[in-house]
Design a protein around this ligand. Structure first.
Ligand SMILES: [Zn+2]
Length: 288
């Protein structure tokens, strides 16, 4: 670099911020040098195998890597990764989770910042660009060495952010010789035990008391744990683990929040259908 791209002035090298930088003495533009932003995609098939590309270009020519490319000047990183997926393997992707941000070094382009995304693709009719020699799905245990250490880090972190079941609480609120059930305002619909998700920095007991107050306006006394239910299919939305409590409901019952109606049921008057596995829970309670 010799002349300023702004004004054509002859550039000088100066010490700025501890770096030797090109500087234009006429218009005072400083020429910073920064790592280049790269986006990389983790694409998996229905067997949780990882799609790798054998690169037909440098850097990493002939080696396996995640599908990756540079962010263009007018793109956001998400736009860049979806464009790369379309260009390199010919399918439309849907942006998934951000896995993480990594540093890397390439021989040709110098330092890069690699942004790793999960990208979801439905179609399997791939058509390869000239930048890719071959693609293949690999099982996690059989991955070949990758061209870039940042791509290995992305895959390590991918395993780390695999989802866990979500904790919830439900309460068998005893009252007038029966139990309080609510009719849900939101899906999954139906009669259910009052309860809900445990908030971050909340104990199970606090969550139970809060949910009961919110949904039934009742205070729970003599709260104690009953059982835990963890069947992955117990909630149709995603995997939850519920800790079920038993307590006595005091105060004036009133349906609110997630509850559109509230009623007291006895063992022989339970609704025939209930949301989640709450029918099972109440059978365990009444027969226990
Ligand atoms: Zn200039």
């Amino acid at each position: 670099m010799q002349y300023c791209t702004e004004c054509g002035g002859l550039l000088e090298k100066r010490q700025i911020d501890g770096y030797g930088r090109f500087f234009c003495p006429l218009c005072h533009k400083i020429y910073y040098q920064n790592p280049l932003p790269v986006v990389a995609a983790v694409i998996t098939n229905e067997n949780e195998q990882i799609l790798l590309t054998k690169r037909a270009i440098s850097p990493g020519k002939g080696e396996w890597a995640l599908l990756a490319g540079f962010v263009e000047i007018d793109e956001s990183p998400p736009q860049a990764i979806l464009r790369e997926v379309k260009e390199e393997i010919g399918v439309k992707g849907k942006l998934g989770k951000l896995i993480g941000v990594y540093e890397g070094k390439t021989r040709i382009y110098g330092p890069v910042i690699v942004i790793g995304y999960k990208v979801l693709v439905k179609e399997q009719n791939f058509s390869l660009s000239e930048e890719i020699e071959e693609i293949k799905f690999f099982s996690p245990g059989e991955l070949p060495p990758l061209a870039f250490s940042s791509h290995e880090e992305i895959l390590n972190d991918l395993w780390r952010i695999r989802p866990n079941p979500v904790p919830t609480v439900d309460v068998i609120v005893e009252r007038e010789g029966g139990v309080v059930l609510i009719k849900r305002k939101n899906p999954p619909y139906g009669w259910a035990l009052p309860g809900g998700f445990v908030e971050y920095r909340e104990s199970l007991e606090e969550a139970a008391r809060r949910e009961i107050k919110e949904e039934t306006n009742l205070q729970v006394k003599e709260l104690r744990q009953f059982h835990t239910y963890s069947d992955p299919a117990r909630d149709p939305r995603f995997h939850t683990i519920t800790t079920v409590f038993i307590g006595k409901g005091e105060g004036e019952p009133r349906a609110a929040d997630d509850a559109q109606e509230l009623k007291i049921f006895k063992k022989n008057t339970l609704p025939s259908h209930m949301a989640f596995d709450h029918k099972q829970i109440l059978e365990d309670y009444f027969n226990g």
